[in-house]
Design a protein. Structure first.
Length: 136
């Protein structure tokens, strides 16, 4: 009975630790392009960053507040293809967005509190990239 009790306690501990690990937020779609947005809290941030290797683009969003940088959410993210068509349009639900873009050239537009930033990005096959966008 003592052995069975120990096995039961061990199983409860293992299940509890699995439940404590944050899950990656659900995958969403914008015009057919898969993305994950979030990163509120340490566990969710770590889960997204661990998942990032499997996505072509990781956006990291922050701003200067006082004398230090802080994570933000609520930025509007648009991606425009070479034909000048918006192919992705979503609002960030945290400081991280994973986007599954096909290889190619794009213009990234990010707007936060009335300030817009634009960048040209080049997505290459099997080369995930991290793009940091910082507002002052």
């Amino acid at each position: 009975m003592s052995h069975l009790y120990r096995v039961g306690v061990l199983m409860i501990c293992l299940l509890s630790s699995l439940l404590a690990v944050a899950q990656v937020p659900d995958t969403k779609y914008s015009d057919g392009i898969a993305y994950i947005s979030g990163g509120i809290g340490l566990e969710e941030s770590e889960a997204i960053l661990a998942e990032a290797k499997q996505w072509s683009v990781l956006l990291e969003l922050s701003q200067l507040e006082g004398a230090r940088g802080v994570w933000i959410f609520g930025a509007q993210i648009k991606i425009i293809n070479t034909k000048q068509k918006v192919i992705f349009d979503a609002q960030a639900e945290g400081p991280y967005i994973l986007i599954n873009l096909e290889p190619g050239e794009y213009v990234l537009q990010a707007a936060y509190r009335g300030v817009e930033q634009k960048r040209t990005i080049s997505v290459k096959p099997s080369q995930p990239q991290k793009i940091t966008i910082f507002w002052k």
